[in-house]
Design a protein around this ligand. Structure first.
Ligand SMILES: Nc1ncnc2c1ncn2[C@@H]1O[C@H](COP(=O)(O)OP(=O)(O)O)[C@@H](O)[C@H]1O
Ligand SMILES: [Mg+2]
Length: 264
């Protein structure tokens, strides 16, 4: 398969078609460059995204700027419909904004080609969603291993087994998602998100379908990830989740309305 890269200036560059090996080398170079010392892991600047719906325009995110540094656990709180999921998807490179920029580990995500953005995301960003998004026909272990199909993960099988153990899923490793409790499904999704050793975790209402005990496991794992030098952005309308965050940002109608640092 041949892949066409855009030149650095954003123009298509059809003569520079590269094969998979070269694409992989480029992805690795980009991924292992690390985060420039003067930049946070995630920098969102003046982000805006609107949707055209039923003849009118919804300004889902209307100019949000937000940094999440290594070691920070930032929760974004706000009522349903205030733009949290839109912000998170744009921050993770999954939804192109209308205006503003998103930098992850220094790279301007939407200035990258589609392939380079996917490679950068696969290596550096883990996602956890309310509805888990597991692959239904794969076992727990194979779901956890799935990111290693898209990016190089050293010792992936051993890492996957260790994560399965860590999240109390060893006796469920061969089960499919339909055979799991919701807590087990979310723990599987969390293990999957952590497999490549990302620098940034993005979580969208990850405790929305969970009982209190499993919610604590998930939030505790996000906190541990930040304490180990990762960056966490959690969007939720659950005020209890904020207790785990080092900083809370509140949103209303697509804008940040106030910020509060957690009690030490
Ligand atoms: N794909 C879409 N098309 C049209 N409107 C959308 C779409 N996604 C979200 N919206 C609207 O954008 C606003 C923000 O949505 P969302 O980011 O999902 O908020 P939250 O996650 O805080 O509930 C809401 O008014 C929602 O109805
Ligand atoms: Mg949402």
């Amino acid at each position: 398969m041949q892949t066409t890269f855009r030149a650095r200036h954003g123009r298509p560059c059809p003569r520079r078609a590269v094969g998979p090996a070269r694409l992989h080398r480029r992805a690795l170079r980009l991924s292992f460059r690390g985060v420039p010392a003067d930049l946070p892991t995630l920098r969102v600047e003046s982000l805006a995204k609107h949707y055209a719906a039923g003849g009118h325009t919804v300004h889902a995110v209307a100019g949000v700027s937000l940094d999440v540094a290594a070691g920070e656990f930032v929760s974004v709180q706000g009522p349903s419909g205030c733009g949290k999921s839109t912000l998170l998807l744009a921050a993770g490179g999954l939804l192109r904004p209308d205006a503003g920029t998103v930098r992850v580990a220094g790279a301007d995500l939407y200035a990258l080609s589609t392939d380079a953005r996917a490679a950068h995301r696969a290596r550096l960003v883990g996602f956890v969603f309310q509805r888990f998004h597991l692959v239904p026909y794969l076992s727990v272990l194979d779901n956890v291993l799935a990111p290693s199909l898209g990016t190089f993960v050293p010792d992936a099988p051993a890492r996957a087994r260790a994560l399965v153990e860590r999240f109390g899923l060893a006796d469920r490793a061969r089960h499919r998602p339909s055979e799991l409790s919701t807590g087990e499904r979310q723990r599987t999704a969390l293990a999957r998100a952590l497999l490549p050793g990302p620098k940034l975790l993005l979580a969208d209402e990850p405790t929305g379908n969970l009982d209190a005990e499993n919610a604590r496991v998930v939030l505790g794992a996000l906190r541990a990830f930040a304490q180990g030098g990762g960056a966490v952005l959690l969007v939720t309308h659950d005020p209890e989740a904020a207790a785990y965050a080092t900083r809370t940002v509140r949103m209303r109608h697509g804008r940040v309305v106030d910020e509060a640092a957690a009690e030490p």
